[in-house]
Write a protein that binds this ligand. Sequence first.
Ligand SMILES: O=C(O)CCC(=O)C(=O)O
Ligand SMILES: [Fe+2]
Length: 282
Amino acid sequence: MDKTGHPITIEYVERADLSVERSVLDSVFDAGLTGIVVRDALPPDLVEKAATRLQSEGLKHAWTSPNKGMPGGEIRTICDAATPTFTALRGPTLDAYARSANDHSRWSHRIFGQAEPTTQIASVFSDLFGGRPAARPSLGNGHHWAPFNFRALDPGIQIYSHHDNHYGLDIYQALDSDYDRSTLLSWFVTLQPAQTDGDLVIYGLWGSDPDPPMLPTRFLDTAALERDYCREAVSLGAGDMVIFDSGRHVHRVTPVLGDRPRLTLGGFLTSDKARSKLAFWC
Ligand SMILES: O=C(O)CCC(=O)C(=O)O
Ligand SMILES: [Fe+2]
């Protein structure tokens, strides 16, 4: 049987080849392109240093387990994300998020050293958006949203099928109403791939489609997605970045296999309604 669903198109580019002449991100905002992979978005020595630090004894206490109690889905993170978790189904409170966001640069410097990559990440986004600027949005009272958080998937752990539809959470009342909430893109940089699997798989199913295949547990039925829908697996090496339309497309990360964690850093991305600037946060 032919697979069903919205087409999935991914464009692959090298960081060194990016030029501001072409705005690839506009095509993603317009849902003409599903995603972009930027190879070598961060330098290899920086990525390797971060992967080592993230697995060091000294940082063990930094990790939290926001999905504690979710069988097979217990992701570990450093810094909170503005998403629902198994322990906070309606996402973090503004207070908790602001506290975590204030700690972000301290953690990021401990992990990367002086070469903390927020500026480099902003410049990748900007180069993909015809040179228009990219920055963290304001959270009010002089504070800012955190630019990204760190994630670890240990062997046996996966991210179950979902789409990222978070603007309804209370915390997003703190996001300026000038930003376009009709689109939510996810992005992440792989710091250490899993030995085996741990791949991002994007499906042709949109979160807004009627009658998605559901299990009685109210989770999406991944076996049915694999059977009936078009899919695209995105395999990323250390230093590679993916940006994709996670607000529309159902996606997941397959269970990590092997003897080391899969490490990523990432967050979300949108533009203002006038498409004059980008905002990224986690
Ligand atoms: O692998 C990751 O860091 C997150 C995958 C995901 O679900 C997303 O980026 O929306
Ligand atoms: Fe996601």
